[in-house]
Design a protein around this ligand. Structure first.
Ligand SMILES: [Cu+2]
Length: 123
């Protein structure tokens, strides 16, 4: 009986740890990141922009710094179609991408094949 109790306790602990580190982490990732006065860096790696959801204030130009770590051609360009902005990203470098002042709204950004996807919330 004691062994069973120990096993059940162990199992509950494992489930709790898995939940905390993976599932809770996944839930937190969808929170948008608010760009501040500090330089905002976006990592381009393994098919995702990190962060992939960025808030910016409306009516102010902004600069995002894209750090491309993915050497595949897929990651070469970042496009902000609604802002008419695009930039070529060099592998292993940090490329500044200047964005014009914009109206409040949602603005997607993608690679040229739309496999990398992110969005700006301008508010
Ligand atoms: Cu791509």
């Amino acid at each position: 009986m004691m062994t069973l109790l120990v096993n059940v306790t162990g199992l509950v602990l494992i489930v709790a740890i898995v939940w905390w580190f993976w599932l809770a982490e996944a839930g937190r990732e969808s929170e948008p990141v608010r760009a501040t006065d500090e330089e905002m860096e976006v990592l381009v790696k393994d098919g995702v922009y990190e962060p992939d959801h960025i808030r910016l204030p409306a009516g102010e130009p902004a600069t995002l710094y894209f750090r491309r770590e993915d050497p595949s051609p897929c990651a070469e360009y970042v496009l902000f179609p609604d802002l008419e902005v695009s930039a070529q990203l060099a592998v292993g470098e940090r490329t500044p991408v200047r964005l014009p002042a914009a109206e409040p709204g949602k603005y997607p950004f993608t690679c040229q094949m739309q496999m990398y996807r992110g969005s700006l919330s301008i508010e």
